[in-house]
Design a protein around this ligand. Structure first.
Ligand code: SDX
Length: 434
């Protein structure tokens, strides 16, 4: 336990007529926890917590969320302030190293990211191996895992190697993402350029071409950079927990990040932004205003959910959705950008926020509800949406990996279970089986 945890009055647990004293702690924001690290050895009991919604997997100093109050802070800074005043590279540094960089630190970090943005030329052969139409998340997961073969890691990372590997991943995830898109449309790869900053470089690699005069739209660059900031970390979410689980076995960092990419792909997690657009497009195609779809989303048997609504932690508005909604309004009101799906999204939100089904279950718009509309306005194809989420979440994943491996001790994640299968039985020869 770090010295930031305040020891409280122990909890008393009465089990099978015996009394046990369990330590309790409070974090710097008043979150309280019962320490059950000795529960099984003392009582023989384990806890059951489907989805770990009541289980603190670790102490962390990176991100604080208050789901009831709709609070999200990176290293103590409110997400609203970072979205308004910062840039993704600066926020990445903050998450990774704990403080906002000064001018010299920011220049050094940005320079390292730029110099790391090129991937080994031999990696390009991998792209040729994927069948046409491969999902970019499958390509990203494969390519990141393969980086361990191109950039083999020593068993113990010295400080400089770790700094470089972290910069490589933050920077090269863009290049791999853009290359996978170019491959999917059969266009020549566009390399990173020193002429552009982080997000502009990504958009240039995505959309410029030797035969097209592509000019970066500063509003689009700003909106995508802000979107990456909003996705940069979110404490112990599904993909970050997967990173910590893989990292606890001391697997190499490329394998650890690949675990995060794999978990993020799911439609209930990072894949939701793609599902939101599919939902809005379906409603648009059916010519509805969303009322029918909402009725289906309320019907368990329909197998449909209102994508972009609900959250494991936020039982109030997701503060990121608030920021995105403002940017959505601004971006989609630009001349030449008109998306009928925005009106449908607004209509769905208006209906759902008045409907007791959603109110009683505390289901509000989450980060994915509006992010897809901004990505569409930027011309990002729908199947790349979760890849953009991965680009944003990369510094968060790496910050949690660093926090874990530099912690007092790295305890391998190994939850227990309650067995409900067959009790003891003995092998039967096949002749005796019915
Ligand atoms: C992200 O954890 C993170 O931090 C994740 C994330 C991050 O930054 O890393 O914030 C990113 O993953 C955001 C969430 C994106 N997913 C979606 O938008 C998919 C749609 N949302 C749901 O699948 C759902 O809301 C979850 C998975 C997000 C949260 O599920 P919970 O909190 O476990 O809620 P639940 O599944 O236990 O459902 C509680 C009730 C159920 O009804 P009852 O059984 O009580 O009658 O609410 C219903 C659910 O059926 N419900 C929904 C719903 N979400 C929950 N009903 C309709 N539409 C929905 N979207």
């Amino acid at each position: 336990m770090t010295d930031k945890l305040k020891l409280l009055t122990p909890a008393t647990l009465i089990l099978d007529d015996k009394s046990y004293s369990l330590p309790t702690y409070m974090g710097v924001e008043g979150e309280k926890a019962i320490d059950i690290t000795k529960l099984r050895s003392q009582t023989g009991y384990v806890t059951l917590d489907d989805g770990y919604g009541n289980t603190g997997a670790c102490e962390s100093a990176i991100t604080y969320i208050d789901g009831e109050k709709g609070i999200l802070r990176y290293r103590g800074y409110p997400i609203e302030e970072l979205a308004a005043h910062s840039r993704f590279v600066e926020v990445s540094y903050l998450l990774l190293y704990g403080e906002l960089p000064n001018s010299e630190q920011l220049l050094k970090f940005s320079t390292r990211l730029n110099e790391s943005s090129i991937i080994h030329e031999d990696v390009h052969h991998f792209f040729n191996g994927f069948p046409r139409g491969s999902h970019p998340m499958g390509i990203l997961a494969t390519m990141v895992a393969s980086l361990s073969t191109f950039y083999p890691l020593p068993d113990r990372l010295d400080a400089e190697t770790e700094v470089q590997i972290v910069a490589n991943l933050v920077s090269q995830v863009r290049t791999i993402a853009a290359f996978s898109y170019k491959k999917s449309i059969g266009e020549p790869l566009v390399y990173p350029s020193i002429k552009y900053k982080y997000t502009g470089n990504f958009l240039n690699m995505m959309f410029s071409s030797p035969v097209r005069d592509y000019q970066l739209d500063p509003d689009i660059v700003r909106a995508i950079d802000m979107l990456l900031i909003l996705h940069a970390d979110h404490e112990q979410n599904c993909s970050t927990s997967s990173v910590r689980t893989a990292g606890s076995s001391m697997a190499n960092v490329y394998a650890v990040i690949t675990a995060g990419i794999a978990a993020l792909w799911g439609p209930r997690h990072g894949g939701a932004n793609q599902e939101v657009i599919k939902m809005l497009e379906q409603i648009h195609a059916e010519g509805g205003d969303g009322t029918e779809f909402i009725n289906q989303a309320k019907d368990k048997n329909s197998g449909r959910r209102l994508m972009g609504f609900g959250h494991r932690v936020y039982k109030n508005f997701d503060p990121r959705a608030q920021v995105l909604k403002e940017h959505c309004d601004k971006l989609l009101n630009k001349p030449g950008i008109n998306d009928p799906l925005l009106d449908i999204a607004r209509r769905l939100e208006e209906i759902a926020l008045k409907d007791d089904y959603f109110i009683s279950r505390k289901l509000y718009p989450n980060v994915d509800f509006y992010s897809g509309l901004i990505l569409r306005a930027a011309g990002i194809p729908t199947n790349m949406f979760t890849v953009l989420f991965a680009i944003g979440r990369m510094p968060g994943w790496l910050a949690h990996w660093r926090e874990m491996i530099h912690g007092e001790q790295v305890t391998i994640y190994r939850p227990r279970q309650i067995y409900v299968g067959e009790t003891l039985r003995h092998y039967q020869d096949i002749k005796e089986r019915v």
